[in-house]
Design a protein around this ligand. Structure first.
Ligand code: HEM
Length: 217
């Protein structure tokens, strides 16, 4: 039995949005290895901008105080995204945000001022996504002929330590130590982050050359 209160709530109360993510057309095409290299790079670029904005604010939180102790420096993905983009010859400083990415960045900046705890809910979604991303990385290594650790690092940042790091994150979130009100805020903010990634995926799909071709078939 899972007695880890907040983590159980996050998992069950965002399940509909995880289902939505798995059915998202862009995500589906990514899992199947149908995105072109250009698509994949565009996705990495938008993830870089989102992670960069979030991680800048996370670093400014009181990380020695519960529940922010759940955020560990090894979770930060910005360096991996930069390395992946450079592997594909993309200059990380030249990436233009999509409208949906800009909306997410603004929201992160606003919450950092008004409700910083919500950023932990955002972090849960991205950290949790590593669980599924590992499997996507396997497929993409074949499609783009990647050496493990180069060009795929964001999708598989921890390798064999994935389960261990996720387990520790779940423990660090403290079960029922958080008040019901704080738990409600984490669930609401996690839902918001799932939706933001869905929106970014949809905008990437709508502006993808391979997406337009696929839609015309
Ligand atoms: C087709 C795309 C995806 C697949 C195949 C997939 C698959 C998975 C799998 C297999 C797990 C592990 C379940 C477990 O061990 O209990 C997982 C967990 C998770 N995924 Fe995904 N995922 C996908 C997309 C996403 C996206 C886009 C996000 C975020 C925006 C996301 C966020 C999460 C989170 C937060 C968890 C942890 C759930 C929890 O236990 O609290 N996933 N996913």
């Amino acid at each position: 039995m899972d007695t880890n209160g907040i983590m159980e709530r996050l998992r069950t109360e965002t399940r509909d949005l995880h289902d939505q993510a798995e059915q998202n057309q862009w995500q589906t095409r990514m899992v199947r290895g149908e995105l072109t290299r250009d698509d994949y790079q565009r996705w990495l670029g938008q993830m870089l901008l989102g992670h960069r904005a979030l991680e800048k604010e996370l670093r400014a939180l009181p990380l020695d105080q519960f529940p922010y102790t759940a955020i560990r420096s090894e979770h930060y993905q910005e360096p991996y995204l930069i390395a992946d983009l450079e592997h594909f010859g993309v200059d990380p400083d030249t990436i233009e945000p999509l409208a949906t990415t800009n909306a997410l960045i603004s929201r992160i900046e606003q919450l950092a001022q008004e409700r910083p705890l919500a950023l932990l809910g955002f972090h849960y979604v991205l950290e949790g996504s590593n669980n599924g991303n590992r499997f996507i990385a396997k497929r993409l290594r074949e499609v783009y002929e990647l050496e493990p650790g180069t060009g795929d690092r964001y999708l598989d940042p921890y390798g064999d330590r994935q389960r261990e790091i996720w387990k520790r994150f779940k423990e660090d979130m403290g079960g029922d130590e958080l008040s019901a009100e704080d738990q409600d805020l984490l669930v609401a903010s996690a839902r918001e982050m799932f939706q933001a990634i869905h929106d970014i995926s949809n905008e990437l799909e709508a502006t993808s050359e391979s997406g337009v071709t696929a839609a015309a078939q």
